[in-house]
Ligand binder design. Structure first.
Ligand code: HEC
Length: 156
């Protein structure tokens, strides 16, 4: 059989099943403000889950583990890139603590997210280098970004 024909058939079958899966996940429907709010809170919950053990290490409430820092910081680097996406137009109202400043100063909010993502990426590299002191300092640096973004863009 002709190989190019075979791969076209394979591609068609793959696309057909991908469309089925997307349909089941509701992705073919419009994304509502409520979904956006749930999405960004989910992103934040993931961040809190992966950052918690690192904060415990800095507080000496848990043994230092460079491999775990590198792994969790890599998650934060990814979620950092997801943050802005969850703040869609019109999702300022609802069950949310997001402040209007996020939409009024969209560039400032994005810059805060980018700083966080950049320092999470740096944390991955520092943790992999095996320098414990520098890793601890960089964890504190990332924590500062969580705090300052919440101060500026999240209601108390
Ligand atoms: C660029 C800004 C920004 C950064 C950086 C950021 N957050 Fe947030 N975070 C927010 C905003 C805005 C909300 C409010 C979301 C809402 O209520 O819609 C929030 C909400 C949360 C929540 C509550 C989620 C919920 O279920 O209501 C937690 C927990 C959280 N953040 C943890 C963290 C941690 C931990 C970090 C750092 C590792 C972090 N955030 C970094 C902006 C940020």
């Amino acid at each position: 059989m002709d190989h190019s024909l075979m791969s076209v058939r394979g591609l068609r079958a793959g696309l057909a099943s991908a469309v089925l899966v997307l349909g089941a996940a509701g992705a073919v429907q419009a994304q509502t403000a409520e979904q956006a709010i749930n999405y960004r809170k989910g992103v934040m919950q993931v961040q809190a889950w992966h950052f918690g053990p690192l904060v415990q290490m800095v507080k000496n409430a848990r043994p230092f583990d460079a491999a775990l820092v590198a792994r969790n910081a890599a998650v934060l680097e990814s979620t950092g890139r997801m943050v802005v996406e969850g703040f869609t137009p019109g999702s300022d109202a609802g069950n949310t603590r997001a402040l209007p400043a996020i939409w009024k100063d969209a560039a400032g909010f994005k810059a805060a997210a980018d700083r966080f993502t950049g320092d999470a990426a740096k944390l991955v590299a520092v943790a992999r280098s095996g320098d414990e002191k520098a890793t601890r300092a960089q964890i504190a640096e990332v924590a500062r970004h969580c705090g300052s973004c919440h101060d500026n863009f999240r209601a108390k």
